[in-house]
Design a protein around this ligand. Structure first.
Ligand code: DGL
Length: 275
């Protein structure tokens, strides 16, 4: 069991997500900490988490985290925003190693990027309903004005690979028009979902078009990778050899097609696990 081992810098970092979208976090993590070994778990049999109740998301997330702890990880990254928003306290309480969620780093990056303190956050229904970003931002800066919106159609668009065409632009415009109608002064948009980095260009362009002024786009995947680097400090594995990536999934349907889209490079494959 993970609890019986004291992790050293040579132990891997564990990353889990409801599915393959969390590979956007792995991609950012590999860029920030190339020497680290990573164990990735995608709970593809139970995806999506975004439409499920907080209790179910918490229950699923605890089993995912335990799988990683049993593999002796030194740090857990909850790549899934929905899981981070709904299960961080339970996951932190159950883990002997540090746990980093997506929300806190995303909130900090957004506040660092904004010039006028008008922020927008988009995510799944579960993330937006949890108010986790609102709480994290208010805790850091009570004067910040936050507008949030659930954008459920963006996940299937990203999975389909429709990320830079007319359909993507139309859907982005339909959602973001609501966001900017609620607060036309938003100057920073947080992509609070694993899948949205794939749509970053379209979302950024549409946001600027609707706002009529520059809009910074913050993706929580990059923010998490930076938070992991900071958390590990001298405990990071800084060897020159590229780290291993071991991927596990609870269902393997469509993974060969989907996973490289999110990771941005070919993948050697997933091992099927039953949680
Ligand atoms: N991984 C989820 C998130 O970041 C998106 C997919 C899902 O709904 O499970 O919120």
């Amino acid at each position: 069991m993970g609890q019986d081992r004291t992790p050293t810098k040579r132990h891997p970092i564990g990353v889990f997500d409801s599915g393959v979208g969390g590979l956007t976090v792995v991609r950012a993590l590999r860029a920030a900490l190339p020497g680290e070994d990573i164990v990735y778990l995608g709970d593809t049999a139970r995806v999506p988490y975004g439409s499920k109740s907080p209790r179910t998301v918490e229950r699923y997330s605890l089993t995912c985290q335990q799988f990683l702890l049993d593999r002796g990880v030194k740090l857990v990254l909850i790549a899934c925003n929905t899981a981070s928003a709904n299960a961080l306290p339970a996951l932190t309480a159950a883990s002997p190693v540090p746990v980093i969620g997506a929300v806190e780093p995303g909130a900090s990056s957004a506040l660092a990027a904004t010039r006028n303190n008008h922020l927008g956050v988009i995510g799944t229904l579960g993330t937006i309903r949890s108010s986790a970003y609102a709480k994290a931002i208010a805790a850091r800066d009570p004067s910040a004005k936050l507008t949030t919106l659930a954008c459920p159609l963006l996940v299937p668009l990203a999975e389909e690979g429709w990320v830079d065409d007319d359909v993507a632009r139309l859907v982005a415009r339909r959602y973001l028009a609501q966001l900017f109608a609620a607060d036309p002064q938003i100057d920073t948009l947080v992509l609070g979902c694993t899948h949205y980095p794939l749509l970053k260009d379209v979302l950024g362009a549409v946001a600027i078009e609707l706002a009529g002024h520059p809009v910074a786009v913050v993706d929580s995947a990059s923010a998490m990778a930076e938070a992991a680097k900071e958390q590990l400090g001298s405990g990071a594995n800084r060897r020159s050899l590229a780290g291993r990536l071991d991927c596990f999934a609870t269902d393997t349907s469509r993974l060969d097609e989907l996973a490289p889209r999110f990771l941005g490079e070919p993948l050697t494959g997933f091992e099927l696990v039953d949680l």
